[in-house]
Design a protein around this ligand. Structure first.
Ligand SMILES: Cc1cc2nc3c(=O)[nH]c(=O)nc-3n(C[C@H](O)[C@H](O)[C@H](O)COP(=O)(O)O)c2cc1C
Length: 194
């Protein structure tokens, strides 16, 4: 029965985007802490626990909004788009909490960087499943300043570390519908030896 519940949880997980959040309704910090503990139970090679999370809430959301929009403006040059600038200013304010997703590169050089990144991605899936279990919405974005070197220090990351994006969390006003997945036959090959 537990497996049926889990199947249902995994398959009902959806990305919920900022415009679908109930803006102004806060998620309890104690729930966010439980969700973060779940994130840290992700598998990771060499027990390095390479994740580094920065949680923005309350006035912190405005700080994130100002930081990312102004850095975007500074770096965009002739690619600057008013609509992107506006989204970077507004989107954090639609969420209850935004978690910056950092990867702190392990000092164990036997572990390839891709494995530290993969471990953080596993942690993010735990965030996704946890918000689903709490009846909340969330999504992972890699937009804005995610891959800008100049952004790293704001999130406590050094030059060998990586910013992997942001996980937005909020109460759901408008649920996401209409998700599909391909049949597994298109993605799975069995080799049975018979
Ligand atoms: C690594 C990664 C980066 C993503 N970045 C973005 C993004 O920048 N903007 C966005 O709208 N969605 C982003 N998403 C969320 C996807 O849009 C979403 O997972 C996809 O539409 C499938 O929907 P589902 O999560 O409801 O299954 C990202 C997802 C992953 C795994």
């Amino acid at each position: 029965m537990q497996s049926e519940l889990f199947n249902q949880l995994v398959r009902s997980r959806r990305s919920t985007f900022p415009d679908q959040f109930e803006t102004g309704k806060k998620v309890d910090d104690d729930i966010i802490k439980e969700i973060l503990i779940n994130a840290t139970w992700a598998p990771n090679h060499g027990k390095q626990e390479p994740w580094h999370f920065t949680v923005f809430s309350g006035d912190g959301l405005q700080q994130l909004a100002t930081f990312q929009s102004e850095l975007y403006k500074q770096l965009a040059g002739e690619n600057f788009k008013e609509i992107t600038y506006g989204k970077l200013q507004q989107n954090p304010l639609k969420a209850s909490h935004v978690i910056a997703l950092g990867m702190k590169r392990t000092t164990n050089k036997n572990i390839p960087e891709v494995e530290d990144i993969a471990a953080v991605a596993c942690a993010v899936q735990n965030l996704y499943l946890s918000v689903t279990a709490y009846g909340l919405g969330g999504y992972w974005t890699t937009g804005g300043v995610t891959y800008k070197e100049e952004a790293k220090s704001f999130f406590g990351l050094g030059e060998n570390d990586r910013l992997l994006g942001f996980f937005y969390i909020g109460h759901v006003a408008i649920p996401t519908g209409g998700a599909t997945r391909m049949p597994i036959e298109e993605k799975v090959k069995w080799i049975t030896g018979r």
